[in-house]
Design a protein around this ligand. Structure first.
Ligand code: SAM
Length: 309
């Protein structure tokens, strides 16, 4: 057995799966080929798809927003388990494949457009209105890698109260960044954006052999369960996130320097040092050491503006 075949066999054993579909057969029958620029790495392992849908805890009382349905392999399984599925796909060339997934099902709609331009608020409001019996709205997506962070930030910053959970397949290193802890090398502004709003966990990793075409890196499924009541509530979240932005813009710098260098914060070094000490932190601390609760406390002391300004 070749080394590559052996590796693929080991990877399949890792996912416990041999239930495969062939995206190339579907693409050939629709006369299409994958577009690298749109991050089109299609899942070819049905067991992994089912595991993602299970990790998202999708039930008949749920509306699911899927981002990037691709050839529809996950869309069909989502529709089998959810009450209703709305999927936003940028590539109209995939319509023949998606039409065939929709045929015989009455609980899928495809919206052709760029998720960064779709009005997600209006869309979810309409879905709730049209399906009053369905109680929760969840996001489930195998995200296109070229735009992963912007999509996650947009959903968190603008719509976290709209969704009960967000379940994403992302590159493994991105998943690690989303769930990391203060002091870990992957810890950053996006980690804090997640930690403020959601309980995040990596559910499982997925080897690159489960995709067609095969990407260069492995992936992981991450679940963000949105808090109904946030454990940390700063008096002015916008100010806290300005502090976080300044802290990670110069992440190797001590906070006294990183924050006093950010003109928009209007704070001096000694003020920052005093604030850090007053919450029990070393005045030489760096932003990457602080939890969301500590950023909230620091913001409470350093904020000179009324909330929201
Ligand atoms: N869900 C499918 C699967 O798991 O096989 C496809 C996932 S593939 C990684 C990402 C999908 O997102 C592709 O179908 C791609 O065309 C679509 N996509 C890329 N950019 C997008 C955007 N800005 N808005 C909506 N869909 C996008």
């Amino acid at each position: 057995m070749s080394r590559q075949a052996e590796k693929e066999r080991a990877e399949r054993a890792e996912t416990g799966s041999h239930e495969r579909v062939s995206p190339y057969v579907v693409m050939a029958s629709c006369g299409i080929s994958p577009k690298k620029a749109l991050g089109q790495n299609f899942l070819s392992d049905l067991t992994v798809v089912k595991k993602i849908v299970s990790a998202a805890g999708v039930e008949k009382s749920d509306i699911v927003l899927e981002i990037g349905p691709g050839l529809g392999i996950m869309t069909g399984i989502l529709a089998d388990r959810a009450g209703y599925v709305a999927a936003v796909e940028i590539d109209r060339d995939l319509a023949p494949a998606l039409d065939s997934v929709m045929s015989g099902r009455d609980n899928i709609e495809i919206i052709y457009g760029d998720i960064m331009k779709v009005n997600v608020g209006e869309l979810t409001e309409r879905l709730r209105r049209e399906h009053p019996g369905l109680t929760r709205v969840k996001v489930v997506a195998n995200l296109p890698y070229y735009i992963t962070s912007p999509i996650i930030m947009m959903l968190l910053e603008q719509y976290s109260e709209t969704f009960s959970s967000l379940t994403f397949m992302v590159q493994k290193e991105v998943a690690e960044r989303l769930v990391s802890r203060p002091g870990e090398p992957e810890y950053g502004a996006i980690t804090l954006a997640v930690a403020y709003r959601a309980d995040a966990e990596i559910c499982f990793t997925v080897p690159s052999s489960c995709f067609v075409p095969r990407p260069k890196v492995d992936s992981a499924v991450v679940n963000l369960n949105i808090y109904k009541i946030r454990p940390v509530e700063p008096s002015d979240p916008a100010h806290m996130f300005r502090l976080i932005r300044a802290s990670f813009a110069q992440r190797r710098k001590m906070l006294v320097n990183a924050l006093s260098n950010a003109a928009y914060l209007s704070v001096g070094k000694s003020e920052v040092a005093g604030a850090l000490e007053s919450i029990g932190l070393n005045p030489a601390a760096r932003g990457e050491e602080l939890s969301v609760a500590q950023f909230a406390a620091l913001s409470g002391i350093l904020n000179k503006q009324p909330p929201g300004n």
